[in-house]
Design a protein. Structure first.
Length: 101
């Protein structure tokens, strides 16, 4: 499936706000008439259930909805390319209350 067909826009409304904010998302999994799983950059994947005109979800009282044109059922896997640099290791600094003398 073409990657452009996986891209969609998710509308997110925080609990106290009245307006929706648009975010670009990638559809990871879709089952027609049941649910889609979308991933917004910097957030965990969200599972949105089908509610006749749109896919909707509720995350800690925040409303998330999405209109997605379903072509067929699929499951996709995001592949990221690494830069080849070794990962950084962070060690805990040993400090604090001094021991007995």
């Amino acid at each position: 499936m073409d990657e452009s067909k996986l891209n969609t826009i998710v509308k997110y409304k925080a609990k106290g706000n009245k307006t929706f904010k648009d975010y670009d998302a990638v559809v990871l999994e879709a089952v027609k008439g049941q649910y889609i799983t979308v991933e917004i950059e910097g957030m965990a994947p969200l599972k949105l259930r089908w509610n006749d005109p749109v896919y909707e979800g509720d995350v800690f009282g925040n409303t998330v909805n999405c209109t997605y044109e379903h072509v067929r059922d699929f499951t996709a896997k995001l592949v990221t390319t690494s830069t080849g640099q070794p990962s950084e290791r962070v060690q805990r600094k040993k400090s604090g209350f001094p021991g007995p003398r």
